[in-house]
Design a protein around this ligand. Structure first.
Ligand code: PEP
Length: 250
């Protein structure tokens, strides 16, 4: 495994002033954690400020979504090239975008291809709903999201996959480490079958109610290469502790 990757998804939280405070509170602690990739994904409006504040550090920056076209009459959208001025990562296909904003695996596929073409590293989110899990369809759903979301790319260099069971996001009820490991292992196998054995090295992150108290349970799993963190990433002490624990687990 390459070094673990811990990604903070701040979602729609934080004015520029609040983002400034969050970064100021986290930066010293995060900068001291070595051996782990650290990425902050603030709202679009705070990207410029956060990128200025993190200049010269080893803390990366990501966006939470983008549109797949380069420019044009797409009111309200943000292009890959616009993001590339500020960040090197972009979260794509988050379940909130799929359930609230009509994102499909096909639209995710366009975005993944466009992000890669712009030199961004996509963090593509996949995950089943509770009813899909309870009816035994979790694996088929996740396989489909992985394969369709990557249909537009011929290699997956630079891509990470975040396995986020929908029912675990923001609920306080994380998946069991065994279930998360089983799905992460399956994703590695699906990637390897589709793109060849080196694709089994693609980072697969777990996301869904990760905290400083359970991160080690996930990092101890063979196929889990990091975490996508929502709520806990807005608490500087918790996020720094979580990142430090992930680094110590390697
Ligand atoms: C997320 O938003 O991707 C997420 C995993 O949120 P939380 O950590 O709050 O469950």
């Amino acid at each position: 495994m390459t070094q673990p990757l811990i990604v903070a998804n701040w979602k729609m939280n934080g004015t520029v002033a609040e983002a400034r405070q969050l970064v100021a509170a986290m930066k010293p602690g995060l900068a001291g954690v070595k051996g782990v990739g650290k990425v902050l994904c603030p709202p679009f409006t705070a990207l410029a400020t956060v990128s200025e504040m993190l200049e010269g550090t080893d803390i990366g920056i990501g966006a939470q979504d983008m549109y797949h076209e380069d420019s044009g009459a797409f009111t309200g959208q943000v292009s890959p090239g616009m993001l590339a001025e500020f960040c090197s990562y972009v979260i794509l296909g988050h379940s909130e975008r799929r359930s609230l904003f009509g994102e499909t695996s096909q639209s995710v596929a366009w975005k993944v291809a466009a992000a890669k073409a712009a030199g961004l590293s996509p963090i593509m989110c996949v995950g089943e709903t509770i009813s899909e899990r309870e009816t035994g369809r979790a694996e088929a759903v996740v396989d489909g999201q992985v394969l369709t979301g990557l249909v537009g790319v011929s290699n997956i260099d630079g891509v990470s996959i975040a396995y986020e069971p929908v029912w675990a996001i923001g609920s306080g009820a994380a998946a069991s480490p065994d279930d998360a490991q089983a799905m992460a292992s399956r994703i590695h196998q699906v990637l390897s079958d589709r793109f060849g054995p080196p694709a089994a090295e693609t980072p697969v992150l777990y996301g869904g109610s990760v905290t400083d108290e359970n991160i080690l349970d996930f990092m101890g799993q063979l196929d889990i290469d990091g975490a996508l963190v929502g709520g806990a990433s807005l608490k500087p002490d918790v996020f720094v502790a979580l990142t430090r624990a992930a680094a110590a687990s390697v």
